[in-house]
Write a protein that binds this ligand. Structure first.
Ligand code: TYD
Ligand code: MG
Length: 481
């Protein structure tokens, strides 16, 4: 097969060059060249023929009216992990005993799903568990029944794990840790075109690629992991996923700057982006959807990293609040009711205020946005007249959780005021509210859901914009000052 022609294109101005250039001669930007295939259409045509993917015919394109299209509900594949299904999104379903509604959802066939996260956070572990859950060989008792191949297909489901990063041996060790009796198929290859051929031949129920940065196509000269390679490989996998209706999970590493390999390259190609977050020192792991074409975003699933893999956490609020500081009613501890997607989550916010000996006192937040912390400290200083100008301030969200909602503002402010005054907040009080620049308390969305979750966990006093109009009123209500 003839080699595809590639060239380097400046991502800023579109200048084209036959070889890599450090600086663009047209727009003067540095490191902006990315290798791209010139004759993508021709090349893909030959690929399709080669891997017999002619189902993807482009010749019969036609215009249709939306009213002619029948609405079909995606038949989602459950991951057998409720927390995972919740993040993937989908309609709720009845629990097996019929008493309550569980978070429904699952994997949409033909979707391309990216799982990103820091190295060592547990991406491979979570996806190995997923593979073990989905891979169901035909039960022996069914084998007589399933003489017809159609029936066999319906009764069994298979997973193909493409290992570009680790050897089969290493994956075996991981599987043994999680469930020594279970198994699935592994393909150790990094050539995306070979992988696509293998998928076309085996037609598995689900494919997991660990990781996209290790894949490459011979049609590009740049090394595996470069923006050009990552984009082209993901694009080719997208085509096979859609044409064969096989969902594909891609593992993607996050760079030092917090970007997914390449400037958000992958996020545009895939249907769903899930990020696995957590503090490596802590056992909690949060799976968050940041893009989802088939469900809500910002939904979270909570797991605990244990010796035998990731364990689902069914009642995360309770677990996050089980710290010793809550039991002791220590000064500097406050509880916020946050929303993550459709789920309320109660978290403890701790603050420590100490005398500073630095010309520029420190304001350090972990689990919250540092700019937001600066702003709230400024409001406390100027609207509440709290003497914070010569104090170091440290704020931490316990459990390694990241809080991105302004609804946690009130809890952050009160944790700081509580630490400064050495006055504890009652362990039965929960704080909900966004703080404005004028020191006013703003209403937040889903107050009912947050309040009922707090009541469920035994909180009796809810402070929000309903009963306090400003930050100073809230401080009076909570600390009595
Ligand atoms: P891994 O899934 O390899 O991370 P990633 O693919 O995101 O780089 O997980 C790495 C860590 O998880 C490693 O330090 C060992 C730990 N671990 C457990 O605690 N329990 C387990 O069951 C497994 C398989 C790993
Ligand atoms: Mg890994």
């Amino acid at each position: 097969m003839p080699k595809a022609i590639s060239s380097y294109i400046c991502q800023q101005c579109g200048y084209k060059s036959p070889q890599y250039l450090g600086k663009c001669p047209q727009c003067d930007s540095w490191n902006s060249f990315v290798e791209q295939i010139e004759s993508r259409v021709k090349n893909l045509e030959s690929r399709r023929k080669q891997s017999r993917l002619s189902t993807l015919a482009t010749s019969d394109s036609q215009i249709v009216n939306l009213s002619k299209i029948q609405k079909t509900d995606y038949k989602r594949i459950s991951t057998s992990m409720e927390e995972f299904d919740r993040v993937l999104g989908g309609p709720a379903r009845q629990s097996p005993d019929g008493s309550s509604r569980m978070a429904g959802g699952g994997i949409v066939p033909g979707s391309l799903i990216l799982v990103s996260g820091d190295p060592g956070i547990g991406k491979s572990t979570l996806l190995t568990q997923l593979a073990l859950n989905i891979n169901k060989p035909l039960a022996v008792s069914d084998s007589l029944l399933a003489a017809k191949s159609e029936q066999r297909k319906a009764n069994s489901s298979s997973v193909l794990y493409v290992a570009g990063e680790e050897s089969a041996q290493q994956i075996k060790i991981r599987v043994d840790r999680i469930n020594p009796k279970a198994s699935f198929s592994i393909l150790s290859d990094t050539d995306v075109d070979n992988i696509i051929e293998a998928i076309g031949a085996a037609k598995p129920t689900l494919v997991i690629v660990d990781s996209i940065q290790t894949l490459q196509t011979q049609d590009l000269e740049s090394i595996a992991g470069s923006v050009g390679q990552v984009r082209e490989c993901a694009h080719r996998l997208q085509l096979i996923a859609k044409s064969l209706q096989i969902p594909i999970f891609l593992v993607g590493h996050v760079t030092k700057e917090g970007n997914l390999a390449g400037p958000k390259t992958l996020e545009h190609v895939v249907d769903v982006v899930l990020s696995l977050e957590g503090d490596p020192q802590n056992q909690f792991r949060i799976l968050r959807s940041t893009k989802n074409r088939f469900g809500p975003t910002d939904e979270v699933g909570v797991f605990e990293m244990e010796e035998g893999g990731m364990i689902e956490v069914k009642n995360p609020s309770k677990l996050f609040l089980e710290s010793a500081s809550r039991r002791m009613e220590a000064p500097g501890s406050a509880v916020a009711a946050t929303m993550n997607g459709t789920r309320p989550l109660l978290v403890e916010i701790q603050a420590l205020v100490t005398k500073s000996f630095l010309p520029m006192p420190r304001r350090t937040g972990s689990g919250i946005d540092n700019n937001r912390l600066q702003l709230l400290v400024a409001v406390l200083q100027s609207r509440m007249k709290l003497p914070l100008f010569d104090k170091d301030i440290f704020v931490n969200v316990t459990g390694g959780l990241r809080v991105i909602e302004p609804a946690a503002d009130l809890a952050i402010c009160l944790a700081i005021a509580s630490s400064l005054n050495d006055a504890p907040i009652s362990s039965k009080t929960v704080l909900i509210g966004e703080v404005g620049l004028l020191g006013e308390l703003r209403p937040v969305r889903f107050l009912d859901k947050r309040t009922s979750e707090a009541k469920k966990l035994g909180f009796t006093k809810v402070i929000s914009s309903e009963n306090a109009k400003s930050l100073s009123e809230a401080v009076k209500l909570v600390l009595g000052k």
